[in-house]
Design a protein around this ligand. Sequence first.
Ligand SMILES: Cc1cc2nc3c(=O)[nH]c(=O)nc-3n(C[C@H](O)[C@H](O)[C@H](O)COP(=O)(O)O)c2cc1C
Length: 354
Amino acid sequence: MSVFKGTKLTAALFGESHGEGVGIAVDGLPAGETVDFEELKAFAARRAPGRGDGVTKRKEADETEVLSGMLEGRTTGAPLALFIRNTDTRSADYAGLSRLPRPSHADYAAHIKYGGNNDIRGGGHFSARLTAPLCAAGGIALQILARRGVSVCARLLSVGSVSDFAPFESPGDFAHIKAGGFPVLSRGAEDAFRAEIESARTEADSVGGIVECVVFGLPAGLGGPLFGGIEGKLSHALYGIPAVKGVEFGGGFALAAMRGSDANDAFTVKEGEAVTATNRSGGIQGGITNGMPVVFRAAFKPTPSIGKKQRTVDLQSGEEHDLVIKGRHDPCVALRAVPVVEAVSALAALDLVL
Ligand SMILES: Cc1cc2nc3c(=O)[nH]c(=O)nc-3n(C[C@H](O)[C@H](O)[C@H](O)COP(=O)(O)O)c2cc1C
């Protein structure tokens, strides 16, 4: 089973893209927490396809059913099981893919691992549809964190060769993204990002992107050294998202090209507290929070399913074959992944706080 394993929290995913539905069982949530289901729906809507802004045309109602773990509007402390029914599936689009694995999708690796028994329709259990229950569980974690003064905010930092490095100071800078707006910090960046995605789409191609995430409000002193470090805990959560191929914290890979005198975060005093003047450590030192915002980025590869002709191998005949993929696919998965990054980061952050 695909399981997020925290110290206190675990979240186990189940379901397939074109089966009955997808779901998640979350264990370790604090008892007595209320859930605002309207807010949860609005959060899920940020991930849902069918909004017509550069995402797949699949439309899903994405109503979250609570199967267990809540009574009279409050968590009971027992496992919280959430289920989201599939309502818009077009399995015919996938006929033939069991023989012709899509380059860089999970088809071939899963075919080998499960001896050809895996559900190939819509990517089966490897589909990004599984990010819907992740957003349901993560959305609840976000609400619980908010009551404890912690906000998790993400934005699209780059798509292909276009970037938006607009700085941020507080969760308020992300308010329009949280409200469902295009997930960039400088308004001017939206057109350039859309153009980059549209150019990939018109060429029957796809494009990668980077999502940046910030956790505000974590107190100093959470986490632990070496394997107990926050980087490892967050990476475990982030690499659970399909198509994530890189994760970096603070200055990340760019730190490797710097001198210590440029990279170090000098300490200074602000309102009687020790803070750092810069935050190239991404709020983490020695695997432990230092009280600064925790900042990290996830790199998403281009969507593997593209309309352009590709080469693959026919698993029945063993011969090389051309492949032209039909069906509804996101030209840039990073765009829809912004709330998914918030969701998994919220699970990891809640685990730390608990
Ligand atoms: C939000 C989101 C949407 C995605 N949509 C698609 C899609 O429409 N078509 C596709 O081929 N892959 C899509 N993916 C990526 C695949 O699920 C992923 O590449 C595949 O499962 C293989 O896993 P890997 O890339 O981690 O190796 C999406 C990923 C995310 C996070």
